[in-house]
Design a protein around this ligand. Structure first.
Ligand SMILES: Cc1cc2nc3c(=O)[nH]c(=O)nc-3n(C[C@H](O)[C@H](O)[C@H](O)COP(=O)(O)OP(=O)(O)OC[C@H]3O[C@@H](n4cnc5c(N)ncnc54)[C@H](O)[C@@H]3O)c2cc1C
Length: 496
């Protein structure tokens, strides 16, 4: 790194920028001479810098000395070249980024290559395809597709980047019908670390395309991607059943989930959200069952748990584009997530499970309750589960894409709030113990985690699988031998 050298050099200020004393002169002048007029450089003392670099979670977040707000492909190329010339580490990301990773803080005083302007969505409804820019978020595609009677699998947070998710696999509510989010990817245009742009699809660079669908953050910046899209069932209405259960219902609930999971019809997905409830002054679990079909069929599909006594419940039909803003009793009120906001220091972690072991899930919820009871400052933490029908995910072989956990029945995740001065040691390593409780009983031969739900301390095999790592490391060696795209879950260039 040449940060020390670069930092303290002064530069005469161009008219359009604030003074650059103490900034990375060489990097700035390289960017200034190579970016297009539509691009801009944002400095730490510019009023917009905080908004341009804000992340959903500040947990181990990377830090940046400059933002290169790129407007096109050439700007992306110029930013990589300037960063390389000045030995500056970089990250392609955008305001409100949802990636959470304990290794992000290895990137200090780097260059944020801000992709915010890669926000175009082009829907070709008659061909059932959609092309999105590299920074497009779930809520953008949901609304644009809904307007033309189409949909695509998306995750549960409206602000997550569709490519950020798809490049790791992408878990969402329509898995039973359409598979992982990555399974709808038809092709990508990717700027490789050497700044050439190539297409990857099942016919063009197929091996790269295989790796992109599970470890795609490692091979370059996806400028845009084309996805298959689908007709909205029922003109767009989804049956949505919300429940809130007390802790003492957990045994019955998980027992019924275990019995019902194997025969869930493809349109059904259950998601859970356990957190501290001020209303009930207790830890409770909210459950949302979404059924992409008629209410009469949906009610039948959830019979395996819907009679368990709940604190409250609400059944309704919602337009598909409003599901994320209304599930879990939110009903479109202001508690729905706002994009571009820092929600404090929150780690994420997750464990996929091939089997649902009732005792382990109950123990895990008790441990979670212990955590938020003993450490009230952590009451904003949550513990969630995806238990969706999986027919379309399992229809492909485990080798079809680099995403390695197709046999998973579901995913358990934890969003843990770390108040100031809190470390894992001061909270009895509860985040790790919660995860181990599920992983040890999951029938997965050790911890198995979708990278989007990872924490950053997982062994490589738990993220990519020992089976896929030889192929993935060969791809890394071929496309990114210098490790330029190593900020988030880097792959090795050889394995084992
Ligand atoms: C509250 C919350 C809810 C979530 N819910 C879900 C869910 O329901 N389903 C699910 O699958 N995941 C979910 N995730 C996980 C999410 O998919 C990952 O965190 C993902 O990495 C976020 O991508 P991003 O683009 O929003 O963030 P970023 O931080 O910008 O991106 C994360 C990484 O992906 C890289 N990246 C992003 N876009 C591109 C691109 N176009 N080309 C190359 N690399 C790129 C970035 O460089 C970075 O390394 C959730 C995360 C959070 C915090």
């Amino acid at each position: 790194m040449r940060y020390a050298l670069l930092l303290h050099l002064a530069l005469s200020a161009p008219a359009w920028a604030s003074p650059v004393v103490g900034r990375a002169e060489e990097l700035v002048s390289c960017l200034r001479s190579s970016l297009s007029p539509q691009a801009s450089i944002v400095f730490p003392d510019d009023p917009s810098f905080a908004n341009d670099t804000v992340r959903f979670s500040s947990y181990h977040e990377p830090t940046f000395r400059l933002v290169s707000l790129i407007a096109n492909e050439d700007d992306a190329r110029a930013s990589i070249i300037c960063a390389q010339k000045t030995e500056t580490e970089f990250l392609f990301t955008k305001p409100g980024a949802h990636g959470i990773y304990s290794g992000f803080d290895r990137l200090k005083n780097g260059l944020q290559i801000s992709t915010a302007k890669f926000d175009k969505i082009e829907v070709e409804a008659t061909k059932n395809i959609m092309t999105v820019g590299g920074a497009v978020r779930f809520n953008d595609v949901i609304n644009d597709l809904y307007a033309v009677g189409k949909n695509i699998p998306v995750g549960s947070s409206p602000c997550v980047g569709i490519l950020g998710a798809a490049l790791g696999g992408g878990i969402g509510r329509l898995e039973g019908l359409y598979g992982l989010i990555a399974d709808s990817l038809l092709s990508v245009r990717i700027m490789l670390p050497n700044t050439t742009v190539v297409e990857a699809s099942k016919v063009a660079n197929p091996e790269l395309f295989w790796g992109i669908r599970g470890a795609g953050v490692n091979f370059g910046f996806v400028l845009n991607a084309t996805f298959q899209i689908y007709d909205l069932p029922l003109g767009g209405t989804t049956f949505s059943a919300d429940f809130e259960f007390p802790l003492d219902a957990m045994k019955d609930l998980f027992q019924s989930f275990k019995e019902g999971a194997a025969s869930m019809p493809p349109p059904l997905c259950i998601s859970t959200y356990m957190t501290w409830s001020d209303t009930y002054n207790a830890t409770t679990m909210k459950v949302n069952a979404a059924y992409a079909g008629p209410q009469s069929d949906g009610r039948k599909a959830i019979r395996f748990f819907s009679d368990i006594p709940a604190l409250r419940q609400n059944f309704t039909d919602v337009p598909w584009n409003q599901l994320l803003d209304s599930a879990f009793f939110v009903n479109g009120d202001q508690s729905a997530e706002t994009c571009g906001v820092d929600y404090g220091s929150r780690s994420s972690s997750g464990a996929a499970f091939n089997e649902l072991t009732v005792e382990a899930h109950v123990r895990m919820t008790e441990l979670f309750n212990y955590m938020v009871t003993k450490y009230p400052q952590m009451r904003g933490s949550d513990n969630s589960m995806y238990l969706c029908a999986t027919q379309a995910v399992r229809a492909l072989s485990n080798d079809a894409t680099a995403y390695p956990w197709r046999q998973a029945l579901g995913h358990q995740t934890w969003g843990i709030v770390y108040p100031e001065n809190t470390t894992d040691a001061t909270i009895e390593y509860l985040p790790q113990r919660l995860r181990a409780t599920i992983a040890d009983s999951a029938g997965t031969d050790g911890l198995a985690t979708y990278i989007g739900f990872s924490r950053g301390d997982e062994p490589l095999e738990s993220l990519f699988s020992a089976e896929h790592l030889p192929r993935l490391s060969a791809l890394k060696k071929k496309y990114d031998p210098q490790g330029l795209f190593n900020a988030y879950h880097p792959l090795p260039t050889s394995y084992p």
